[in-house]
Design a protein around this ligand. Structure first.
Ligand code: NAD
Ligand code: UGA
Length: 450
């Protein structure tokens, strides 16, 4: 079993630390954010992830997992150091690697000769080479630099870490790669060993590819809408082809979160850096923004001319099962509605406190029915299971208008139409046929008189 330090105890660092402790290693997480560190040292988790509380609690008590801000204590005792710090976007889209290099400098002050430094953070191709240069300048012998990108999804991070599709180890020597691969003993997954630069680039390619699939389906949804085809049926047919597969084919408001938007832009900036054309990536990004604009335009049209117009928004997180609102489509759309003078009522089962910090001007409600109360139009922005089980008769009686925009293509459009709603979606046939329109359905707002 190895002695491991992890720099950064955010989503990736904390999950990596807890899971490596579960595999039997001794792990110290080094975190410089005082508020986050203080919570972790008291056993309180700053993020919500299924199963993470149990793992952290278990290994705080086995003594295999601890937290500090002091590099001087754990680093000299560590054989492996994982870098799991943030790599946020610069205004140009390029990934800001200053946190990575700052962490490396702190590590190198205390590093022992046989240390292996492993990048888990998503970093631009060539970052490992730069770290190796820094190691060389310090003159510490035998330090290895390995890329081991992380592919976990928020909301199922622990499961993804312990049961991954693959583990990628990018190293310049077989020995360094083998050492890192051995840390994962106990996990049954193919280990792909490759060059450090391929590993770094493949991480961006994976996220950009997922974003591309979704944007492709979102573009398809507009032609489905125009041609009276159903995007869900098209997706099912595509997904049945084993060469294509069925994931990331869901049309709607598009992708948000802390990673897909930032990584698509960062990869495009890598193309620019190497003088390569990235026309696909630019289009993928533009289509994604277009979905949000389309939703805003539809909602604005739905409340056009209505005095004290109010739009209700169900869901604020960028996807269900997380309280993360970074780059969430809902927040973008709400910002535009507020700027346009439209009042917004909103709910999310767990993400409302995070949204409130960014958008204090929203009326946050206890539940979905509170959102519906007095709203002229409703947007479903995050497909939380509780929104799929709403009593839509009750919703209708509370609303002042009839428009429901299904931003995730998950509601029963026929039922809603039967109940008298004007059901709008992203390319589902139910919203076209049921409303009796050839192209885009008319947008109707009426009083709650029926
Ligand atoms: P995060 O912001 O949640 O956590 C990063 C942590 O690092 C913060 O707590 C910060 O205070 C800490 N930190 C920064 N500099 C430090 C230093 N010098 N010493 C000690 N601590 C330091 O970020 P995250 O979501 O965990 O992402 C980390 C990296 O992993 C990013 O590159 C991201 O792209 C990548 N990634 C994220 C996910 C995800 O789902 N969130 C998945 C795969 C990869
Ligand atoms: C994503 C990747 O899936 C992870 O593999 C990767 O490790 C991570 O980024 C990262 O590098 O940080 P995550 O940010 O948790 O994980 O989000 P996803 O579950 O991939 O969803 C991203 C967005 O795409 C969400 O807003 C979701 O609603 C949207 N989406 C997803 C669609 O609009 N349609 C789909 O069919 C699938």
């Amino acid at each position: 079993m190895a002695d491991i330090s992890i720099i950064g105890a955010g989503y990736v660092g904390l999950v990596t630390g807890a899971c490596l402790a579960e595999l039997g290693h001794n792990v110290v997480c080094i975190e410089i954010n005082p508020a986050r560190l203080s919570m972790l040292q008291r056993g309180i988790l700053p993020i919500r992830e299924a199963g993470l509380d149990e793992l952290v609690a278990r290994h705080r008590s086995t003594g295999r997992l601890s937290f500090t801000n002091d590099f001087a204590r754990p680093i000299p005792a560590s054989q492996f150091v994982f870098l799991a710090v943030n790599t946020p976007p610069e205004p140009s889209g390029r990934a800001n690697t200053s946190f990575v290099f700052s962490a490396v400098r702190s590590v190198l002050e205390h590093a022992r000769p046989s240390l292996t430094i492993i990048t888990k953070s998503t970093v631009p191709v060539g970052t490992g080479d730069e770290i190796a240069r820094m190691v060389g300048q310090q003159g510490i012998r035998g330090v290895q630099v390995v890329s081991n990108p992380e592919f976990l999804q928020e909301g199922k991070a622990v499961k993804d870490f312990l049961q991954p599709d693959r583990i990628v180890v990018g190293a310049e020597t077989l020995e360094a790669g083998k050492g890192v691969a051995q840390l994962y003993q106990g996990i049954h997954a193919p280990i792909i060993q490759c060059s450090r630069r391929s590993a770094e680039l493949a991480k961006y390619a994976a996220n950009a590819f997922l974003a591309t699939r979704v944007s492709f389906m979102n573009e398809m949804s507009s032609v489905c809408q125009a041609a009276e085809a159903d995007i869900e049926e098209v997706a099912r047919i595509l997904g049945a082809d084993r060469r294509i597969g069925s994931s990331y084919l869901k049309a709607g408001l598009g992708w948000g979160g802390s990673c897909l938007p930032k990584d698509v832009r960062a990869l495009a900036s890598t193309f620019d850096h190497y003088g390569c054309e990235s026309s696909i990536l630019k289009a993928v990004f533009a289509v994604n923004l277009g979905q949000r604009k389309q939703a805003f335009d539809q909602l604005r049209q739905a409340v056009d001319g209505v005095p004290s117009a109010t739009v209700g928004v169900l869901g604020l997180a960028f996807k269900p099962e997380t309280d993360d609102v970074r780059e969430a489509p809902a927040l973008d759309i709400i910002t535009r509605l507020l700027e346009d003078g439209i009042q917004v009522r909103a709910h999310d089962p767990i993400a409302a406190p995070n949204a409130r910090l960014l958008l204090p001007g929203v009326h946050y409600c206890e539940d979905a029915y509170g959102v519906a109360d007095g709203s002229h139009a409703l947007l479903l922005a995050t497909e939380w299971p509780e929104y799929l089980a709403l009593d839509w008769r009750e919703v209708r009686s509370l609303m002042r208008g009839r428009v429901v925009l299904d931003g995730r293509n998950v509601l029963d459009g026929r039922l809603l139409t039967t109940l008298g709603f004007t059901y709008l979606s992203f390319g589902r046939l139910a919203s076209q046929k049921a409303n009796g329109h050839r192209m885009r359905p008319a947008l109707v707002v009426d009083d709650a008189s029926d």
